[in-house]
Design a protein around this ligand. Structure first.
Ligand code: SAM
Length: 354
């Protein structure tokens, strides 16, 4: 028999749950059938059957002691092999987990990008039910707290009704400040911020959807904005220099990220010392039902990715932010498919300092 054939025979022999259980117990020391059966919670006849198979492969041997037959491993190296194969299994399942998580992350981003690419190409559109209904984007924007007079000062094409709050209103922006908007979409908050910081300041929008960046850039060009800039990129890996920004804003975007801790770490990195973060976002009260959490469309609609409020605030603190406060909070309810219970979500605006 070749070494490979020997190995295959060995693996076939131990490749059974009860046999592996027996071997693990024998690593601890010799045992009789009764002991093995009771620990493994199996019939003695079944244990005897597996012990015979293990004996035939010369993995186990038996010895008569007084009235009893005891089973032990033929070779101590076997113990090492078993332990090694367990480590291998752990290694494999970890690889599968991280690979799975990565796959999931990629899939989420593809679906989110697909949705916003489609919206960017439409004339005017408002978001899913989490951020409004069938009302016009301007009416939707006013409903979530934008002032009509502020909206009148920015290009209409930038108002898509995709936000869930009004972070620029609460950011107390000053002339000359540099503002960064995470997930800027068509740029509504970037244009509002640009008006507030004036020509000596700057408003930068980052968005991972090319169609959104193209739309925002075109609006900026058509209306002659000189203090705005739109960059294609992900908020988990911001295309922005360290400590270069005074204020970070974001509106209904961070919930879309599969890696929210990375988003807050990146926000912290690019803020200047004492810089501030003012973000509007969706959070949940209590855990979301699994049918919602596993629904990729609900993710793209700013629902399924919502963290519980406490967890969200903890993530901000963990990234190093201080003085984390909820400035505003508005509740709404969604109904899960097949579930009668309503789930409470909150649209909150949070402020924090570096
Ligand atoms: C609900 S819309 C909000 C847009 C904008 N903030 C507004 O209020 O109109 C979400 C935007 O975030 C962008 N986005 C989602 N995930 C992102 C990520 N990981 N990095 C950068 N942009 C992201 C989407 O492409 C989309 O334009």
């Amino acid at each position: 028999m070749t070494i490979e054939e020997e190995q295959a025979r060995f693996l076939r022999c131990i490749g059974e749950t009860t046999r592996l259980g027996i071997l693990k117990l024998l690593v601890e020391g010799e045992k009789c059938v009764g002991e093995l059966a009771s620990v493994l919670n199996k019939e003695q006849s079944l244990i005897s059957h597996h012990l015979r198979a293990l004996k035939e492969c010369n993995i186990v041997k038996d010895e008569q002691e007084a009235q009893k037959v005891y089973y032990k491993l033929t070779d101590v190296r076997l113990a090492r092999l078993i332990i090694d194969s367990e480590a291998l299994m752990k290694e494999l399942s970890l690889c599968q987990m991280s690979g799975g998580a990565l796959m999931e992350e990629k899939k989420i981003k593809e679906v989110v990008k697909g949705r916003y690419a489609q919206l960017a190409k439409q004339d005017q559109e408002s978001c899913c039910s989490s951020c409004g209904g069938s009302v016009s984007p301007s009416a939707q924007a006013e409903a979530i707290g934008y002032l009509r007079k502020d909206l009148a000062d920015i290009p209409e094409e930038t108002i898509m009704g995709l936000g869930c709050g009004n972070p620029t209103a609460l950011a107390e922006l000053k002339t000359g400040e540099v503002v960064l908007d995470l997930g800027s979409g068509a740029g509504v908050d970037v244009f509002l911020a640009a008006n507030k910081v004036g020509p000596t300041g700057k408003a930068i929008g980052v968005d991972m959807t090319k169609e959104m960046v193209d739309r925002a850039e075109e609006i900026a060009k058509n209306y002659g904005y000189r203090n705005v800039e739109f960059r294609l990129g992900e908020m988990e890996k911001l295309p922005v220099e360290d400590e270069s920004v005074d204020v970070i804003i974001s509106n209904c975007v961070i919930n879309l990220s599969p890696d929210k801790s990375k988003v807050f770490q990146e926000a912290y990195r690019v803020l200047k010392p004492k810089g501030r973060l003012i973000v509007s976002d969706i959070v949940s009260e209590g855990a979301l039902p699994s049918e919602i959490k596993n629904d990729l469309n609900a993710w793209a609609c700013c629902i399924a990715g919502a963290l519980e409020q406490q967890e969200y605030l903890e993530e901000i603190k963990k990234a190093g932010f201080e003085d984390v406060q909820v400035l505003s909070s508005k509740e709404f309810y969604i109904e899960g498919e097949g579930s009668q219970a309503l789930t409470k979500l909150l649209s909150i605006t949070v402020k924090a300092y570096k």
